[in-house]
Design a protein around this ligand. Structure first.
Ligand code: SF4
Ligand code: SF4
Length: 380
C-alpha cells in the first residue's frame, strides 16, 4: 500500500544534493553533524546548511575495519568508513564537521576523522540535572557559536537565533505530527515508510521545502485514515522500537519485525520520537538551546531517567503491545541500560520485552527472525 507522495519524496531527495551544490556555489557553508546533541539552530542562524552525516550502511565498514577495531559499534565504523572511502556526498560537502563527546568509541573515532575534514568537538557533560553541567554546556555552545561565525563569516545575533529556533521547532513539530498519525489503530503507515520519510527529510537543505513536503504526506495519510485504510489489521501487534538509532541501510530490525507480521508504530530513538521536542521560544536563545539539548535522553547520560519517562508516555499514547530494544554490537551504554529497560517494561507496564543485539550485516537475519516470531507469539 504505497503512498503517492513517496515518489515525490524520492525526487526531492535527489534534488536535495543539487540544492546543496548550488548553495555551496553561491558561498553558503555546509555543516555536517552526527549526533542529536548538536544544536543545529546555530548553523541555521549563521545561514549555513546543517546536514546529518551518513553512518547507517554496511558497505563502508570493511574499509573502516582497516583502522578501527572490528568489535566496534557498526554506526561508528560506518561513519568513519564513509569518510575514509569518500562515499558520503554530505561529508564531502561539509566545510566543518561537528562531533560530540558522547560514547567512548565515537569520541576516539573523531580524533581520527579530523584527518579528513576540519572538525569541531562539542564536549558534552554526562549529567543533566546540575547547574554546573548546564553552565559548562552553555559555555560549549557559546564556543560553537564563535566557531560557526568564523567558518561562515556571518554574525549570529539573538534575532537570527530566535528565527532559527522557530523554524526548527516547526520542522520538529511537523515530524511529530507525522509520527503521531501512527497512534491510530490500526496504523495507516508502516514503520518502514515512517522511517524512510523521517530519514530522507532529515537531509533536506531547504527546511521550509522539507516541512511543506511532510505536510503533504500527512494530508495523504489523513485521507487514508478517513477511508479507514491501513496496511495492517486491528490484531496486528503494535511494537515500540527503542535503543540505538536506525536509518535506511540499518533498518534490518524494522524489516524483520514487519515481515514477521508486526507493525513498528513508533521509534523511541534518535531516528524518531527523541526528535519530538521544542526549544523554548520565550527564553534567551542560547540558554534555551543549552537547556533543551542537554535534556535529550540518550544512554550516554548517567543517570538517564528521561528515557524511561519518554518510553512510558509513548507506550500509553501509541497503545503498544510489546517493546523491542535494539543494541548495536559494541554499544556498551545501550547494552547495559537494556537490563533496567527490560525490568521497567515488564514490571511497570506489564508488557513483553525483547532485547536484540546485532550489527548492520545480514548474517544473523535468520536467527533474529526466529526470535522475533517467538516474541510475537507471546504477544498474540
Ligand atoms: S543515540 Fe545518543 S549518541 Fe547516538 S546520535 Fe543519539 S543522542 Fe547522539
Ligand atoms: S550506538 Fe552506542 S556505541 Fe554506537 S555511536 Fe551510538 S552510543 Fe556510541
Amino acid at each position: 500500500m504505497k503512498l503517492n507522495t513517496m515518489d515525490k519524496l524520492n525526487q526531492a531527495a535527489e534534488q536535495n544534493l543539487m540544492d546543496i551544490e548550488n548553495a555551496k556555489a553561491s558561498g553558503r557553508k555546509v555543516i555536517g553533524f552526527y549526533c542529536l546533541y548538536t544544536p543545529m539552530e546555530l548553523a541555521v542562524a549563521a545561514d549555513a546548511i546543517p546536514v546529518p552525516l551518513c553512518g547507517t550502511r554496511n558497505e563502508p565498514i570493511a574499509a573502516a575495519e582497516e583502522v578501527l577495531p572490528r568489535n566496534f559499534c557498526p554506526l561508528i565504523k560506518s561513519s568513519f568508513g564513509f569518510a575514509a572511502t569518500d562515499t558520503c556526498p554530505y561529508f564531502r560537502y561539509s566545510d566543518l564537521v561537528i562531533g560530540d563527546t558522547t560514547c567512548d568509541g565515537k569520541k576516539k573515532m573523531f580524533e581520527l576523522l579530523s584527518e579528513y575534514r576540519p572538525m569541531h568537538i562539542l564536549q558534552l557533560p554526562q549529567k543533566q540535572d546540575t547547574k554546573k553541567a548546564l553552565a559548562f554546556w552553555r559555555d560549549e555552545i557559546e564556543t560553537f557559536k564563535a566557531v560557526l561565525e568564523k567558518t561562515t563569516g556571518n554574525e549570529i545575533n539573538n534575532e537570527k537565533l530566535a528565527a532559527a529556533i522557530r523554524l526548527m521547532n516547526k520542522e520538529r513539530m511537523t515530524k511529530k505530527a507525522l509520527m503521531d498519525l501512527a497512534k491510530t489503530r490500526p496504523s495507516p503507515i508502516s514503520g518502514m515508510d515512517l522511517l524512510t520519510i523521517m530519514f530522507r527529510t532529515g537531509f533536506f537543505a531547504d527546511k521550509p521545502k522539507g516541512i511543506a513536503l511532510i505536510i503533504e504526506i500527512i494530508s495523504e495519510i489523513i485521507e487514508r485514515i478517513s477511508r479507514e485504510e491501513s496496511p495492517f489489521s486491528i490484531r496486528t501487534p503494535r511494537i515500540l522500537l527503542t535503543g540505538v538509532p536506525v536509518g535506511l541501510g540499518s533498518d534490518k530490525m524494522v524489516r524483520v519485525l514487519e515481515e514477521s507480521g508486526a507493525n513498528v508504530v513508533c521509534f523511541e530513538n534518535c531516528s524518531g520520537y527523541k526528535q519530538a521536542y521544542t526549544v523554548d521560544e520565550e527564553k534567551e536563545p542560547l540558554q534555551a538551546l543549552a537547556e533543551q539539548y542537554l535534556s535529550i535522553p540518550c544512554s550516554v547520560m548517567s543517570p538517564n531517567q528521561g528515557r524511561f519517562e519518554l518510553l512510558s508516555d509513548m507506550i500509553r499514547e501509541f497503545s503498544i503491545d510489546g517493546v523491542v530494544d535494539l543494541t548495536w554490537q559494541g554499544c556498551h551504554t545501550y547494552n547495559v541500560e537494556a537490563y533496567s529497560m527490560g525490568k521497567f517494561v515488564k514490571d511497570k507496564h506489564g508488557l513483553p520485552y525483547l532485547h536484540l543485539e546485532t550489527d548492520y550485516s545480514e548474517s544473523d537475519t535468520g536467527q533474529l527472525k526466529i526470535r522475533v516470531e517467538a516474541f510475537l507469539e507471546i504477544i498474540r
